[in-house]
Design a binder for this molecule. Structure first.
Ligand SMILES: Cc1cc2nc3c(=O)[nH]c(=O)nc-3n(C[C@H](O)[C@H](O)[C@H](O)COP(=O)(O)OP(=O)(O)OC[C@H]3O[C@@H](n4cnc5c(N)ncnc54)[C@H](O)[C@@H]3O)c2cc1C
Length: 424
């Protein structure tokens, strides 16, 4: 049977794969998107039930289509986000095959291109673009042994409070996932301990503008790299319940117990770093710096945006911050489950090419890999802070489509002598 040939094979049919398809079509580059499950699957089956977008619908979307059934200022629920991408794929007539998994990609020997083994046979591709997501494999730090008598799940397996056993819960990690899950569990009447690490904590809105607008006009989504030593600082924001600023002290006042970074576990006792106050102070500094920069922007541009002095009020430290818990016997505290909101790792075990550094991370420049013909899209900080988010990936995809298009022109180049011979 003849082997199918394709100029660009895009692996993954999430937002990154679709953005790539749109830009490749705009550049008239033949391509195919392979998705092992359904379009935007992770929004459907790897996120908790009540999740809504972290940004308002006017912002967390592609330029070419608005959310038809969501107020632009509202935060779209996760199923609606997945539906949006299904509709988008239809609008751009994306050549996408669902239910096909890419098992292995290898460079051809002695000729250009790659041999792509899929669950439905082999494809020969000139270029392969990995759009398999910024958050692929859940990471649970090796702190509590698996056989300890306590339920442990990662945030990507958490669905809703009924999933957890009776008793208190420890949520580890206070990025957007951890803080939203902890808040939901507290509202459901559970006793909640939240382990808070370093974080940024922008205001949900300030002077009548959402923080996504402020980060946009202040150029922060376009920042090319996090500050020195800050590479892993997570942004703690929430679109839940209409959207609100994440305020750890307020959560403590509502009954949540805050602890510092989770460090180790021995004999049923969990140890926490003595860094809770510092982490909250760092979050406050970040919060206040956004207000300062926003005020300066308003003044410089003479904008008529209402002042909001109350936004600078900081609640006093609750007892769990001034007298932090450094050790906790989980059984004595009634803790029966742990939700690890501790992030994700990349997994390119299927991509057997020379495109990774010595730590196994993609070696690339703005998504153009060290191995010619291989591309990455949707990586965290691929070109800027916004790269792994809905609106940012669209711009990175445009850059890559331009790059692929230019490479095609080089490869199509012929000398005038050769053109003449072929024409005669
Ligand atoms: C909890 C959470 C909330 C988020 N909220 C927001 C938000 O509100 N706004 C925002 O802008 N961003 C948000 N993000 C970040 C980002 O938008 C999402 O992670 C988004 O899913 C990334 O899209 P993607 O297309 O890059 O990757 P993914 O959505 O992960 O898509 C990759 C696709 O590749 C497929 N795939 C993987 N391996 C293979 C293979 N070998 N063969 C074939 N197919 C394969 C997968 O099935 C998947 O469908 C959130 C992330 C998380 C974790």
């Amino acid at each position: 049977m003849a082997i199918e040939k394709m100029e660009v094979l895009v692996v993954g049919g999430g937002q990154a794969g679709l953005a790539m398809s749109e830009h490749l079509s705009n550049c008239s580059v033949p391509h195919l998107v392979l998705e092992r499950h359904r379009i935007a699957e992770r929004w459907r089956s790897e996120r908790w039930d009540s999740l809504v977008a972290n940004g308002p619908a006017w912002h967390d979307r592609f330029p070419g289509m608005e959310f038809s059934d969501t107020d632009p200022a509202a935060f779209a629920p996760k199923e609606r986000i997945a539906d949006y991408f299904v509709a988008y794929a239809k609008q751009i007539a994306a050549p996408i095959r669902c239910g096909v998994e890419v098992k292995q990609v290898q460079r051809n020997i002695g000729r250009p291109g790659f041999r792509v083994e899929t669950s439905e046979g082999v494809i020969e591709a000139t270029n392969v673009l990995a759009a398999t997501g910024p958050f692929q494999r859940p990471v649970i730090p090796a702190v509590v042994p698996e056989d300890a008598k306590i339920m442990q799940i990662h945030s990507n397996a958490y669905r809703n409070p009924t999933q957890l056993p009776e008793g208190a819960v420890l949520v580890v990690g206070a990025g957007s996932s951890g803080v939203q899950i902890a808040d939901e569990l507290l509202r459901a009447g559970k006793r909640v301990f939240l382990s808070v690490g370093p974080h940024d904590r922008p205001p949900r809105s300030y002077r009548a503008r959402d923080f996504v607008w402020w980060l946009g006009v202040l150029g922060k989504w376009d920042a090319e790299a996090a500050g020195p030593g800050m590479e892993h600082v997570t942004i703690s924001v929430s679109g839940a319940h209409g959207g609100h600023t994440v305020d750890f002290r307020r959560l403590a006042a509502q009954g949540m117990t805050l602890v510092g970074r989770t460090e180790s576990f021995k004999g049923g006792v969990m140890n926490f770093a003595p860094d809770l106050a510092d982490n909250l102070a760092h979050g406050d500094t970040n919060y206040l710096s956004v207000l300062d920069e926003a005020d300066a922007y308003v003044a410089r541009n003479g904008l008529d945006l209402p002042e909001e002095p109350d936004a600078r009020n900081v609640e006093p430290d609750p007892r769990c911050v001034s007298e932090p818990i450094l050790e906790l016997n989980l059984a004595e505290a009634g803790i029966t489950s742990i939700v690890w909101a501790t992030g994700f790792a990349l997994d390119y075990s299927w991509l057997k090419v020379d495109a990774f550094d010595k730590n196994g991370k993609p070696a690339h420049q703005r998504g153009v890999a060290a191995e010619p013909g291989i591309y990455f899209l949707g990586l965290p900080w691929q070109s800027r802070r916004g790269s792994s988010f809905i609106w940012g990936v669209w711009h990175d995809a445009k850059y890559l489509a331009d790059h692929i298009s230019r490479q095609r022109q080089y490869l199509a180049y012929q000398t005038s002598a050769k053109r003449k011979i072929e024409g005669s």
